[in-house]
Design a binder for this molecule. Structure first.
Ligand code: BMA
Length: 336
């Protein structure tokens, strides 16, 4: 095996097939437009959190204009019997927030124990382009909008659940058109959640034929483990048939998350099933969040399939850590 291939066997089983880290739920897709209490085009790319002992999804819901809003769905087991709000939970408010003119998309939810609140980071689709906006809530009924926190074009943002070195930390994904052009993952710091500074690139899209060669962006909210911040990210490969959205993993240093300790060379989850391969946008798995059951060590990842439905896949946190530990350390080749 030459040097170029030395990292590509991490997911192989004894029988020479791939050992999948994530298992799809047999009830997938667990939520579709048909599940919704009012007419919608699609439901996808949800944020997720534990809320009052249950699992709460904040789904991106697209109407037939093409505009998105968020509606919450709550379930005991995170699989069945979803209680879905009868009306949108959080709608764009372009009169007060012009940046939300063309809708709000792809929410990520972070529980901030220090504030006793949840922060929702989302894409506001403004006339000037998509940007990062933030809102706080303590009940998922009332929301305090902080407005735009990153100018366009910027998406795929989530807060770390606690301050790092005394400051709030935000992962986000601006688009850079010059120098090292592309869609790379950045990290910025703030004292007040509104004004962000010390912005630097955390991870680059890898270019060329890599599965994450064209674009990368944060998927789920960073998860704190004893070994580092676990980061799930999506990678895009542009092909003659269109883009393929897949998911990979990285582990960041707990005290200095700018240090990428390990990054998976291979994707760990990609579009395979029909509900991931066919829909409004083909070949997309797009995760907005995951929740860890501390007792069982089971990680539940919620994702959008083909920009059309919501699905669930689970993995053991121990398996994930064992896998990421064996992945390469950040290398020169990751830095375009
Ligand atoms: C991205 C985002 C996601 C979407 C994906 C695939 O740019 O807009 O909401 O799932 O494209 O269409």
């Amino acid at each position: 095996m030459n040097n170029n291939n030395k990292f590509v066997t991490k997911l192989k089983s004894q029988d020479n097939t791939y050992k999948e880290l994530f298992q799809r739920n047999p009830n997938n897709p667990i939520l579709t437009a048909k599940s919704w209490p009012y007419p919608v085009n699609t439901v996808f790319n949800p944020g997720v959190t534990h809320f009052q002992g249950k699992i709460l999804l904040l789904a991106r819901v697209e109407d037939r204009r093409g505009f998105s809003h968020f509606t919450k769905a709550i379930s005991e087991d995170g699989v069945r019997n979803w209680q879905i709000d009868d009306i949108p939970t959080l709608e764009p408010e372009p009169d007060n927030h012009p940046e939300e003119l063309w809708g709000i998309e792809d929410p990520r939810i972070t529980r901030l124990d220090e504030l006793g609140k949840w922060a929702i980071t989302y894409t506001a689709f403004s006339r000037g382009g998509p940007l990062v906006a933030m809102a706080l809530t303590d009940d998922f009924i009332h929301f305090e909008r902080l407005g735009s926190v990153m100018p366009p074009e910027d998406k795929d943002a989530a807060l770390f659940p606690r301050k790092v070195d005394g400051k709030w930390a935000l992962i986000h994904r601006p688009i850079v058109t010059d120098y090292v052009p592309g869609a790379h993952i950045w990290l910025s710091y703030s004292d007040d959640l509104v004004h962000w500074s010390n912005s630097r690139v955390l991870m680059y899209a890898r270019r060329g034929s890599w599965w994450d060669g064209s674009k990368i962006g944060l998927s789920a909210t960073p998860l704190e483990t004893a070994e580092g911040w676990l980061m799930l990210y999506h990678g895009v490969r542009q092909t003659a048939a269109g883009a393929i959205y897949r998911l990979g993993l990285a582990l960041l240093d707990l005290d200095d998350p700018f240090k990428v300790l390990h990054r998976s060379d291979e994707w760990v989850f990609g579009p395979v099933e029909e509900y991931e391969r066919q829909g409004d946008v083909a070949d997309v798995v797009f995760a907005g969040g995951w929740v860890l059951d501390d007792k069982t060590g089971l990680l539940k990842m919620y994702y959008g399939g083909a920009d059309t439905c919501i699905a669930l896949a689970t993995a053991s946190i121990n398996d994930i850590l064992e896998y990421i530990r064996k992945c390469p350390e950040s290398r020169e080749m990751d830095i375009c």
